[in-house]
Write a protein that binds this ligand. Sequence first.
Ligand code: DOR
Length: 444
Amino acid sequence: MNKHYDFIIHSGRVVTQGGIVEVDIGVIGGKVSALGDLSTASAPERFDADGLHVLPGVIDTQVHFREPGLEHKEDLITGTAGAVLGGVTCIFEMPNTNPSTLGEEDLADKLARACGRAWCDHAFFIGAAAENAGDLARLEQLPGCAGIKVFMGSSTGSLLVEDDTTLRAVLENGSRRIAIHSEDESRLCERRHLVEKKGATVHLHPQWRDVETSLLSTRRLLALARETGRRVHILHVTTAEEMEVLGVHRDIASVEVTPQHLTLSAPDCYDRLGTLAQMNPPIREARHRRALWQAVDEGIVDVVGSDHAPHTLEEKAQSYPASPSGMTGVQTLLPLLLDHMNAGRLSLKRLVDLTSAGAARIYNMEGKGHIAPGFDADFTLVDLKAERVISNDWIASKVCWTPFNGMTVRGWAVATIIRGCVVMREDEILGDPCGKPVSFVEGP
Ligand code: DOR
């Protein structure tokens, strides 16, 4: 029978849960309808993926797109443009905007701003604070909400839950997995004097925000997560010591690492990049980077998120510690990981788990994370052999810089397809912004 599809991707090496198979993909109504030999099927639109790998669309579960309030750094148009140029089909955006995303109206405002302007699918976190702790169980169920985000240590913005009493109240109110920035605020305050002395440079950043700052906070969090029975997701884990602890708490705590913590190390990154390498929690010495890779290898890490957190070059040029923390990353997440894969640091199967299936699993996303019939037709088509130089002029972010400027990488996204629409091909964005809010299925 000559079946009809809306769109067919021909001859790609498709990364499925069962392995890598050379099949065609038929799409109907934005969803995968069939995998197989579709050479006799008809479709108004086709994509020849011969020689390319077809990955489930990459999901970046930690980005700061700065809208509203900080649009001189980024907005939802430029942020999501960077996403699709880097092969990302879906993002979860963080609540430390201005105003912070604390309530139903703030979330509705972000969803309205994204409508017709976002190039990729999206969900927004609501920030936890003492003032909304009692309402979080309701707020986390709102459509378009990625979940609740807690800053245990202060970073960019004013969101903070520093004491155990408020943190317990936050954990007790709700049931979805809760995302945590884990640095201990009181230790940060105690040690702030280390960077306030004359002549302080960014090299001191990992000493101020030291291993103990992260470890202490993560231990406190794990104890409260056990006590309250709440699942937690610890964002951008940076230390060998935390990974050791997290390895025995897999049932309750999932783990994110960032590409920059897997790629850069101190002191070299501060020598070369100065405050461009400044972020929270910090880039640390090579022994931590090794431990992060070991944790990737051992299955302790669930997702890689970029923590895309743009600041302008002028802001970054302020002398440390006035310089803000954060760097761009949504566009470079996949090229960096493909390069690491080509260098033998992880398999393609593991890369796919960390960039799509893992996010879908820990956040219970509906219809995302796999290439299988019934799932959304979100694909990232990659040329594993392409050698390219990452450069600032490729970066779509408003701030126009990446700490990886000038780096040659092997492996590149050549097309980004969202619910059957080609939104990026050969470094060009196509059509109109078609991003939609994603849905979640509640589960254990
Ligand atoms: O370095 C960081 N910058 N870490 C964070 O947690 C926040 C982010 C930002 O929003 O600038």
